[in-house]
Design a protein around this ligand. Structure first.
Ligand code: F6R
Length: 644
């Protein structure tokens, strides 16, 4: 959701900025722009639509010169033209932005950067200025004429107002920040200061990349990985002033602060497609490694055999032992992980679990108790609603555990305890490896909690740990043969609706399967607890419908089989995802009830969600591809939802 970049150094800024913005494309955007200081003037180029439109606008050349050009030829030419941007915009200091419209439609004029009236100050902004209407009225009263409908433009004019008053750009920025309500990550350029970029953040994420003789700002690490792995994660209300050879950091009052840079361990290849057609497919295939990297460090081994779970870096044993409830909040896919966790905690640790979407939780005056264990789940660690839930819990004196994939994220810094999913950067907008690694962390916690509360025997505990440890190999096994899903999709991708049904753990998995499909293929998909079908949803089932039954819970095979028969008699197409040793879903000679049965390796029923979601991720991916969609960048979606 909006990407910010900035560069100061000896290279031409335009290609660096556009390349860095390409690394942030996954966040979602609908317009893009750059501002570069060329001699004494700020040159701005900004357009509605994709980054390739910006490249074409800057170079005045088209990327796709003939209809027959393949996707890879277009990508190669785009790269060449990105390098050529330096011929048209020549400075070595600049800021750039990909905008995801909130205030004002996507358009050339609403795209960032925005300028003050005489074009001497340029800014890029991520976040929402909640009091922009008030500020705008004030500035209009001062005679300022606004060009765009954005909330952001008020920032450029406010900085200008204080610059005229103080004659110092740093002072002007710090004074302006104090007037802003809401959230911001900000990059500021001023033509009177050709040696620096000023950056600041509140709520919205911003990092500073530290290079040799060059420095960067960006909304996220992948944008700078090509140049440096040393970064500062800016904290709430911190301000950075970047020069070519050093960076100064300040608090909101302008006092200098010192902090240690963080060394990023990922290598650049983790943010590249590595031969896969899409990031989504690559990330689906990275799940065995991601699961291993998340689970293995948390296990204690006796020889080769895992026998215990350790969270010795954290300090929550007593909290778990004495907890009255577990409360979990999150959004989207991460929320779906929390629904699986409810089943797991209740099964293993016999403790009541309340799950809620963070956007609902924060506004319903939730009942929180001192003996609650509060967990938030957030891949990015920056989701506005989830962070609000975290802060609400802390204000109520409740200890918060964050499960996140992003080291240095706001959630990781504000929570009392942090459990990382070691999935590596997830670039595709639709979560895959983040989800399964979140499940892995939640299972580890549920089992540890059960052991602490003595709700399972030592034997059961160890057996489950070993089973959990084996899941990464089982996921590899599923990914080795994707043909049945591919064939099913090639026969059925033009159906109009897909319903996922399941019972118990499978009903939780269904939620995530349906979300994945709708996000990337735009097919209408819903998840229903199988037992709820006949209470209404079955009215929707007809010949254009696919019903996917997740059926991995052994004791419920017969129940879900009846549900499948019910829908099949409404002439829909059916697909069953079940465990390998299950023989329950077989057609007899007279009639076909199960159009396709996909089997995943056998496991304990409680862990089946990690396996049964994989065929559903593949189904979503192949449906998107067959329907001509780009699964990496679904329309209207942003990877990191940093505004409400
Ligand atoms: C869906 C997806 C989203 C996110 C949601 C929360 O594929 O990725 O539903 O799960 O926006 O994001 P995080 O986990 O970063 O808080």
């Amino acid at each position: 959701m909006c990407g910010i970049v900035g560069y100061i150094g000896s290279k031409y800024a335009a290609p660096v900025l556009v390349n860095a913005l390409k690394k942030l494309e996954y966040r979602g955007y609908d317009s893009a722009g750059i501002a570069v200081l060329e001699d004494e003037d700020i040159v701005v180029r900004k357009v509605k639509g994709a980054l390739k439109n910006l490249v074409e606008n800057i170079t005045d050349k088209v990327i796709k010169t003939s209809e027959s050009m393949s996707e890879s030829e277009c990508e190669k030419r785009e790269q060449e033209l990105i390098q050529e941007t330096s011929k048209y915009v020549k400075g070595t200091l600049g800021i750039g932005h990909t905008r995801w419209a909130t205030h004002g439609e996507p358009s050339n004029v609403n795209a960032h950067p925005h300028l003050n009236e005489d074009g001497t100050i340029a800014i890029v902004h991520n976040g929402i200025v909640e009091n922009y209407a008030k500020l705008k009225a004030w500035l209009q009263g001062e005679g300022i004429v606004f060009k765009s409908q954005t909330d952001t433009e008020v920032i450029a004019h406010t900085i200008n107002f204080y610059y005229e008053q103080f004659g110092d750009i740093f002072q002007a920025v710090t004074a302006s920040l104090k007037k802003l309500e809401g959230s911001y990550a900000l990059g500021v350029l001023c033509s009177d200061y050709p040696d620096r970029i000023i950056a600041a953040r509140k709520e919205s994420p911003l990092i500073v990349g530290l290079g040799k003789g060059e420095n960067f700002i960006a909304s996220d690490v992948p944008a700078v990985l090509e140049y440096t792995r040393e970064v500062y994660f800016l904290e709430q209300k911190e301000i950075a002033v970047l020069y070519e050879d050093h960076v100064d950091l300040f608090d909101e009052d302008g006092n200098k602060i010192i902090k240690q840079p963080y060394h990023v361990e990922w290598d650049i290849s983790s943010a590249e497609k590595n031969g896969y057609e899409h990031f989504m497919l690559k990330e689906i295939h990275e799940q065995p490694k991601a699961l291993h990297d998340t689970i293995h460090p948390r296990l204690v081994f006796d020889g080769e055999k895992p026998v215990d779970i350790k969270f010795d870096d954290l300090n929550f044993d007593e909290a778990f032992k004495n907890a009255g409830r577990i409360v979990i909040t999150a959004c989207g896919t991460s929320y779906h992980a929390s629904v699986v966790a409810k089943y797991a905690f209740e099964k293993f640790a016999r403790i009541p679990v309340v799950v809620d979407t963070a956007s609902e939780f924060r506004y319903r005056n939730p009942i929180l108790k001192k003996d609650d264990v509060f967990i938030i789940i957030t891949q990015s660690g920056e989701t506005a609603d989830t962070l609000a839930a975290l802060r609400l819990a802390k204000e109520n004196g409740v200890r918060v555990i964050a499960i996140t994939n992003c080291v240095g994220s706001t959630a990781s810094r504000e929570a009392d305890d942090v459990i990382y999913t070691w999935a590596g950067p997830e670039i595709a907008v639709a979560s895959t490896k983040a989800y399964t690694t979140q499940l892995a962390c939640l299972y580890l916690l549920a089992l540890k909690c059960a052991d602490l509360r003595k709700t399972i025997s030592a034997q059961e505990y160890q057996h489950n740990i070993q089973e959990l440890y084996s899941l990464s190999d089982k996921v590899s096994e599923i990914l080795e043969d994707k043909t049945s899903i591919q064939k099913f999709v090639s026969r059925n991708f033009n159906k109009t609706k897909i319903f996922y049904i399941g019972r118990n753990f499978d009903s939780a998995t269904s939620l995530e399967c349906a979300l994945k499909l709708k996000e990337v293929s735009y097919m209408h998909s819903e998840a229903f607890a199988a037992g709820e079908l006949k209470h209404g949803p079955i009215a929707l089932v007809d010949e254009s419908t696919i019903v996917v039954a997740i059926a991995t819970q052994k004791s419920l095979y017969d129940k879900i089989a009846s549900n499948i028969e019910e829908v099949k008699s409404r002439i829909c197409t059916t697909l069953v995802i079940t465990q390998k040793s299950c023989n329950r879903f077989k057609n007899d000679e007279e009639k076909v009830i199960y159009d396709e049965v996909v089997k995943v390796p056998d496991t304990e029923d409680a862990f089946a969600p990690i396996l049964s979601v994989i065929p559903a991720q593949l189904l979503a991916y192949y449906c998107a591809v067959h329907r001509g969609m780009n699964p990496d960048k679904p329309r209207n979606l942003a990877k990191s939802v940093t505004v409400e």
